[in-house]
Ligand binder design. Structure first.
Ligand code: NAD
Length: 362
């Protein structure tokens, strides 16, 4: 079958890592009898340099017309790049905010996966990390405290700031459904994280998640308070499969979860809308300090491409094949510079060599 994939190479290491993901996808297409039709669009600094703005209407239209969007990363050195002398609405990141809004992306998925072969990179004690862990955080992306009414006023000569945390049952239901659907493609467990002992919004969250759970009797649901979840992530990360949570809790917990894997170049992410459509990108930024040197780790982008196959294109076997190939290549000892520790069994490879190895092992 033919699939249209819009690619945003972006800035910094973006073009290098997207190239490697395309290389792997091309082999997957060959092995499984599909055709991936790639179309590149400009966003971020690359678009500013050509069009004067970080995202054009034509680029948005191309993204909307695709089956899915695969992105590298955008942005430059925030201290030295001329892009950051522009007003905020014209800077690279404005393009990312705009495309997320235009595509209606409300669900953010961030897997935190520690491969057994990389357990040395984990900051946790060996007995906690030795078997690896594999969880995915499903974060609501468009509601809650970050989007509520806010104000700072002076009352009786004292400055007072207020932010409001609002969630409707509609917003909660749609993200909960995403989490249960994803759990069904994994180990069938959802941990819903809230602060229901204090917040009204969390009590509604818990009630709606319980309602949704009735449609998924095959999925185990547990509720966990956010403070406990922050502790459990470092105490026993293996217990988690799918963590479902609201915007701010998800922002904090997903950073915590990614830190305990110890390797930023390995972490994929996806943002989905109401349909199967999504934007897939590594969790890291454009790494301007190593751009153009062919030393970046392309695995986060390659694993983002695997997520794209799994969640937007329903190509489960193909996604499995990419993930297995990554595991295999790591187990052979191949490492890009960010993962290389100099042990005897390790072989240091470049960005493009890592892409070749993963493609060859599909
Ligand atoms: P960064 O993630 O780009 O880099 C942090 C450190 O990690 C750097 O030392 C970098 O070399 C290293 N690193 C990151 N990805 C790597 C990879 N794949 N392989 C090897 N090493 C890797 O974060 P930063 O330096 O804070 O930000 C740089 C730019 O990226 C900024 O303009 C920022 O706004 C942008 N950014 C973009 C996104 C996005 O596109 N979604 C996300 C985060 C940051």
């Amino acid at each position: 079958m033919d699939y249209n994939i819009t690619c945003i190479p972006g800035d910094g290491i973006g073009p290098e890592i997207v190239n490697e993901a395309k290389k792997v996808l091309t082999i997957v297409a060959y092995e499984f009898g599909h055709k991936f039709l790639f179309k590149d669009i400009l966003m971020g600094g690359a678009s500013i340099d050509v069009h004067g703005i970080p995202l054009t209407d034509e680029a948005i239209a191309d993204a909307k017309a695709a089956d899915a969007v695969l992105m590298g990363s955008i942005g430059g050195d925030t201290n030295t790049s001329p892009w950051y002398k522009l007003e905020p609405s014209k800077r690279p990141e404005a393009g990312l905010l705009k495309i997320r809004k235009e595509l209606g992306l409300f669900a953010n998925l961030r897997p935190a996966l520690l491969y057994k072969d990389l357990s040395d990179a984990c900051v946790l004690k060996t007995e906690t990390s030795k078997d690896g862990f594999d969880m995915i955080i499903v974060r609501e992306l468009t509601g809650g405290l970050y989007f509520g009414k806010r104000e700072t006023v002076v009352k009786d000569g004292v400055r007072v700031a207020t932010d409001t945390l609002t969630y409707s049952e509609t917003e909660i239901r749609r993200i909960a459904i995403k989490a249960f659907e994803i759990a069904r493609k994994r180990r069938c467990k959802v941990t819903s994280v809230d602060k229901a002992n204090v917040l009204d919004s969390s009590r509604l969250w818990r009630a709606v998640v319980n309602e949704v759970a009735k449609d998924y009797p095959d999925v185990t649901l547990e509720h966990m308070l956010v403070d406990n979840c922050a502790m459990q992530l470092v105490k026993d990360p293996k217990q988690f499969d799918v963590i479902l949570t609201e915007n701010m809790f998800g922002d904090i917990l997903s950073d915590e979860a990614s830190m305990i894997t110890g390797s930023i170049g390995m972490l994929a992410s996806a943002s989905l809308n109401e349909t199967k459509f999504g934007l897939y990108e590594p969790s890291h930024g454009s790494a301007p300090d190593i751009a153009g040197k062919n030393i970046a780790n392309p695995i986060a982008t390659i694993l983002s491409a695997a997520m794209m196959l799994r969640f937007s294109l329903d190509l489960t076997e193909e996604a499995d094949a990419i993930e297995e190939s990554v595991k295999k290549v790591l187990s052979y000892g191949y490492r890009t510079g960010d993962l290389y520790t100099g042990r005897d069994n390790e072989i240091k490879v470049s960005c493009s060599e890592m892409g070749d190895l993963i493609a060859d092992n599909i």
